[in-house]
Design a protein around this ligand. Structure first.
Ligand SMILES: NC(=O)c1ccc[n+]([C@@H]2O[C@H](COP(=O)([O-])OP(=O)(O)OC[C@H]3O[C@@H](n4cnc5c(N)ncnc54)[C@H](OP(=O)(O)O)[C@@H]3O)[C@@H](O)[C@H]2O)c1
Length: 111
């Protein structure tokens, strides 16, 4: 059981894609998985902020960190950038969705 837990915590060589990685929870998750040896693919709209997070991830993990400019409200951009990730970086082992969007319609919520 403990061995299995250790295996789950060890992310060496795993590719972890995180949306919303330029700040908040996504950024903190990026640092945490980098500390466990993961290669991270950091996605958000603000490239400058993403690059800063990537630099820190590299420092922590001593391995690669990639940045991908992505607006998750744009389905074409998701297709395009995921194709880029799969072709040029590798297949994703773990997906952390920390950015999302919702469509709120007034008056349709039942209490
Ligand atoms: N913090 C909490 O205590 C808490 C609790 C429960 C649930 N949540 C939920 O968890 C999620 C993250 O929260 P947070 O506190 O980390 O928020 P945050 O600090 O505002 O971070 C949001 C992240 O999402 C990215 N983002 C926003 N819109 C985007 C879009 N259209 N396309 C791509 N990336 C986008 C932002 O980057 P760019 O602006 O660079 O794109 C940023 O990296 C939110 O959905 C929030 O509702 C948070």
């Amino acid at each position: 059981m403990l061995t299995r837990l250790r295996e789950l915590r060890d992310l060496n060589g795993k590719l972890v894609l995180i949306t919303g990685a330029s700040s908040g929870l996504g950024k903190l998750v990026a640092y945490e998985v980098a500390a466990r040896g993961a290669n991270v693919v950091l996605c958000a709209r603000n490239l400058k902020a993403l690059r800063k997070v990537a630099d820190k991830c590299k420092e922590i993990s001593q391995t690669d960190a990639y940045v991908v400019e992505l607006d998750v409200s744009d389905p074409d951009a998701i297709d395009r950038q995921l194709t880029h990730v799969l072709q040029d970086i590798g297949s994703v082992d773990i997906l952390v969705n920390s950015a999302g969007f919702g469509i709120f319609v007034k008056g349709t919520r039942k209490m």
